[in-house]
Design a protein around this ligand. Structure first.
Ligand SMILES: NC(=O)c1ccc[n+]([C@@H]2O[C@H](COP(=O)([O-])OP(=O)(O)OC[C@H]3O[C@@H](n4cnc5c(N)ncnc54)[C@H](O)[C@@H]3O)[C@@H](O)[C@H]2O)c1
Ligand SMILES: [Zn+2]
Length: 679
């Protein structure tokens, strides 16, 4: 037996890795509820691959390195894949991708560059769609690669899955392969609803897609925002497909399948590296999650020559992006107090590299969230950081819970001012009842007041506000306008010049508008848009201050909750005094034009993207607002229209994906002229 040569600890480790990976596969593929983050799984799989490479005797037929996915769940009928559905090999850096290209060229005996198809690697689940004479006959999951699950009923409910192929000349038999995924926005909404209903939320869009697809009741699937993107063909009979992968996808597109609009052809491996880099920068703006780029040898003849190994084709490679989920230890939980007194638990973490940065804090949102997660101090937790979104704790790795894990205790008193913490029934957030006595709330209120969209006080940053409050120089928002030069220059890191600049900025900020002032007051639930609506409805501050809840509800977008907060705010003697003090210091605005009448675009949300040539961005925005439209920065299901100029990218794609009407600048100009603007 050659086995003797393998050191026993290596054997044991291999065995251990088998167990870890098998358990993870089961949780991921069968339960749609992984415990480990993908990055951890990938590292363990790598470790096993390397062990097996060193000691080939360790390779067994059932090793996780030799297998695809997991055996399907018994609740669905089984489907045999005539052409196996494989996985993909992974590359994690440029060097590994170059290595892949070298292997490809060695096998092909080619000195010349190989052309590759580049496609974003959507993070969803693989699907096989079988069409006979152009009609969808069967949809199946990948399962273990040879046997999948028949989920035809569920897949039929997905709008972008063609039930019948378009065009003439469709093959007698066509098996299309693609990814079913959940766009980010739909995922966020689904999770929000689940959290509100106290139900289990999904860790990420992939698991949400997988969980939605493998429902036993297809009515549930029908309600989930799922999409299909085609990326290949398994089987074809009775027709000849084009000779290149990218051309095949174009053909699929003509038959009615969505394909990825970012798909590209790279003439060599360097172009692949560039593409990976470029898409990596765009990753956050895409409306769906991608975890890497798939590169495929574009020529189908060459693909055939290269063939497969156990788990994956030799002609394709998934070049992964840095992981957005990682695991680390929860060292402690601290409680922060926000502007409206909300007490937010913040996780202090053992620093971990995730989503491209080192993270040592993450939000735990509120008490309900802590309960839902069942998290304890000392736990190993999974952190997700996608783009600029605040890092979140998404799950607990329960198998790693230490014996001395401690429950998280929610404070009964404010950690800053010691006032009692109160929770309103039906509200997830607990609040410090200290109001402006609470230094934490005061600081946040002043920061908000000074912020760009509020009073826009240049040079009054967060640090300086903290310093002013801590030094006892500032007790209220109105106190800002009583700061004196001699006090300011005493502060650490504050010179004569910056002190004077700050005073100038304060002076300058006194001339404001009513919407900005209202927004600056920091009334709960009153954002910029609501502030604008209130200002337009009441015209000036006095009538608004007198308004009762009933009248407030006549304002656009103001419901009972907001009306209550607004009325309550203005009834507080403290708020009245502050407003009076601010006006005494010279804060002023012009009354707003009272616009009770219905405007042509009121209630609509528009988005501008790309380059405009005749109008500037702000002119276009101004015209639209004058017609009553709201102009937003990002496209969502609530967007009514998108104006796209040259160079428009992800917003335009998203608009198309959501079927939102898109116009170019000329059409916008025509519309504006029809409405009476002389442009
Ligand atoms: N967290 C866990 O516990 C756990 C467990 C098992 C697997 N996983 C994760 O699952 C992945 C491995 O699973 P896998 O075998 O499904 O492989 P994979 O996801 O790495 O790659 C293959 C899959 O990529 C998808 N894909 C997306 N776009 C594609 C395109 N344009 N062309 C071809 N395929 C495309 C297909 O669904 C295909 O099946 C890894 O990311 C791993 O981390 C995680
Ligand atoms: Zn407090």
């Amino acid at each position: 037996m050659t086995n003797k040569k393998i050191p026993s600890e290596k054997c044991e480790r291999a065995q251990e890795l088998h167990e870890i990976l098998q358990r993870a596969n089961y949780q991921y593929y069968v339960l749609d509820n992984p415990e480990l983050p993908d990055a951890e799984y990938d590292r363990r799989l790598r470790e096993l691959q390397e062990l097996e490479q060193e000691f080939p005797e360790l390779v067994t037929a059932d090793s996780p390195t030799q297998r695809v996915g997991a055996e399907p769940l018994s609740s669905f009928a089984e489907v045999r894949h005539e052409v196996p559905m494989l996985s993909l090999d992974n590359a994690f850096d440029d060097e590994e991708l170059l290595e892949f290209d070298r292997r490809v060229r060695d096998r092909l005996n080619s000195k010349e560059a190989v052309e590759y198809a580049c496609e974003p690697k959507l993070d969803g689940i693989a699907i096989s769609l079988l069409y006979r004479d152009g009609v969808l006959e069967r949809a199946a999951t990948r399962g273990d690669g040879t046997t999948g699950e028949d989920i035809t009923q569920n897949v039929r409910t997905i709008g972008s899955v063609p039930l019948r192929l378009l065009d003439n000349g469709v093959p007698e038999v066509l098996e299309v392969r693609g990814e079913i995924y959940m766009p980010k926005e739909g995922f966020a909404e689904l999770n929000k609803k689940a959290a509100e209903a106290g139900e289990k939320t999904f860790v990420n869009p992939r698991n949400a897609a997988a969980g939605s697809l493998r429902q036993l009741d297809s009515r549930i699937t029908a309600k989930r925002p799922l999409q299909l993107c085609a990326y290949g063909v398994g089987l074809v009979e009775g027709a000849t497909l084009p000779g290149k992968h990218t051309e095949i996808l174009q053909q699929l597109n003509q038959w009615g399948f969505r394909i990825n609009s970012e798909m590209a052809v790279a003439e060599n491996i360097q172009a692949c590296i560039d593409y990976h880099q470029k898409l990596g920068e765009k990753r956050e703006q895409l409306p769906y999650d991608i975890d890497g780029i798939v590169f495929k040898v574009n020529d189908i003849g060459l693909q055939r020559r290269l063939g497969f190994v156990a788990r994956a084709p030799r002609w394709a490679m998934a070049y992964k992006f840095p992981a957005q989920e990682e695991m680390t230890e929860l060292l402690d939980v601290e409680f922060q107090v926000g502007r409206t007194g909300a007490v937010t638990p913040v996780a202090r973490l053992k620093p971990v590299f995730v989503g491209g940065v080192t993270v040592s804090n993450a939000t735990l949102h509120n008490r309900d969230e802590i309960e839902r997660l069942g998290v304890k101090i000392g736990d190993t937790v999974v952190i997700r950081r996608a783009g600029d979104v605040i890092p979140q704790v998404v799950s607990v790795v329960e198998s790693k819970r230490p014996k001395n894990a401690r429950a998280i205790e929610f404070p009964t008193h404010c950690p800053v001012c010691a006032s009692p913490v109160e929770s309103t029934p039906g509200e997830a957030v607990a609040r410090c009842s200290g109001g402006l006595i609470c230094k934490a709330q005061r600081k946040q209120a002043i920061k908000h007041f000074a912020s760009r969209k509020a009073m826009d006080i240049d040079g009054l940053g967060d640090k300086l506000v903290e310093q002013l409050v801590d030094e006892g120089l500032l007790h209220s928002v109105s106190g800002l306008y009583h700061l004196k030069l001699e006090e300011l220059v005493e502060l650490e890191r504050m010179g004569q010049k910056s002190a004077q600049n700050l005073l100038d900025a304060l002076e300058h900020s006194k001339e404001t508008t009513l919407p900005k002032f209202l927004y600056a007051l920091g009334i709960r639930e009153v954002g910029e848009a609501t502030a604008r609506n209130l200002a337009r409805y009441y015209g000036d501050l006095e009538p608004l201050m007198q308004a009762d809840e009933e009248s407030l509800q006549e304002v656009e977008d103001v419901g009972p909750v907001v009306a209550h907060f607004v009325a309550e705010f203005f009834q507080q003697p403290h708020a009245q005094e502050e407003i009076e003090a601010l006006r005494q210091s010279g804060v002023h605005w012009e009354p707003e034009e009272q616009g009770g009448e219905e405007q042509p675009l009121s209630g609509q949300t528009w988005v501008l993207t790309g380059k405009l040539e005749t109008l500037s961005r702000s002119e276009a925005k101004d015209y639209l607002q004058r017609l009553g439209a709201k102009v937003a920065g990002s496209v969502s299901a609530n967007t009514d229209s998108v104006v796209a100029g040259p160079g428009a990218g992800s917003k335009l794609n998203k608009a198309r994906e959501l079927d939102i009407p898109v116009m170019d600048e000329d059409e916008l100009l025509t519309m504006l002229r029809e409405r009476g603007f002389e442009i």
